[in-house]
Design a protein. Sequence first.
Length: 353
Amino acid sequence: MADRSAPYKAAGVDIEAGNTLVSRIKSIVAGTYGKGVVSDIGGFGGLFKLDPEAYAEPVLVSSTDGVGTKLKLAHDFDRHDTVGIDLVAMCVNDILVQGAKPLFFLDYFATGRLSVDLAERVVTGIAEGCKQACCALLGGETAEMPGFYPDGVYDLAGFCVGIVDNAAIIDGSSIGVGDVVIGIESSGPHSNGYSLIRKLLDASGLKGDDPMPESGKTVAEALCAPTRIYVKTVLNLLRDFEIKGMVHITGGGFYDNVNRILPRGVAAHFRFGSWDVPPVFDWLREQGKMSWPEMLQIFNCGVGFMLVVAPEVAPDVMQRLKALHEYAQIIGRIEMRGGDEAEQVVVEFPDAR
């Protein structure tokens, strides 16, 4: 193989390195397998067998995403072990919003010249994310692309498939006046807004090992904290409670995500200060000289996932979240919308901030 692949290796593609990576990650990937997986990595496609008895009218739900320019900080700070968690989180949290249970995940890893050690670290993080999401890492693709990516640089994309019974799909259509919004904490900026974050970081002069003001963490720890995966918590809630709507707060912050699940006649009203804003967001706001409305248009500002429930259900949901060791607060309410031109997402600032 070494002699036959020599011309390709001379062009910058090392087939042997790719084979070595597959052999090294096989056991890591196998650790994510559960019921339904009927193939191992290394084939042309991953096989997954659905349980026909588990769903009356199964609907598959899919999502694809990447990590964005947070990868640049992973390179700068040598934090390659957790960006795989970010990759899984951005996909599985999106399908979770519709009540879907993640089944399997596939990744795409592209680089200029394959470093087996670095790629193994990334895939280990992807596998950890899949474990947190209770889904199988069914396969993936490693693309070595010399001349397209600089040496040492890589990009990531992910794809997941989940399942939900047709009767159990959550689409927000039952949300009505009087319902309340529960916010579950984020771990930080998650994987959004990093083009701005990197610009502000460069201007600040702070380095990865420097302390992030007021946080008790280093800059690298605060800005590279992996995106939270809410699958286990939400699936636990769905077993016992009616959740009318859910929101994954990603790019576009509060204003561009919450309205995606609201019926036309209602609006979500939030009271700023009803949840804790982690220090990293105070730092970003000060560095960027931004208002809180501007921050909430870009970042999650401490709330990574939202649940909309009836007011009579909210106390029990909050109690369950506490038992699951989740920090959550009632942060908003659903009111009548003022008209078709009125905003559907309203944030009230009691302190005029």
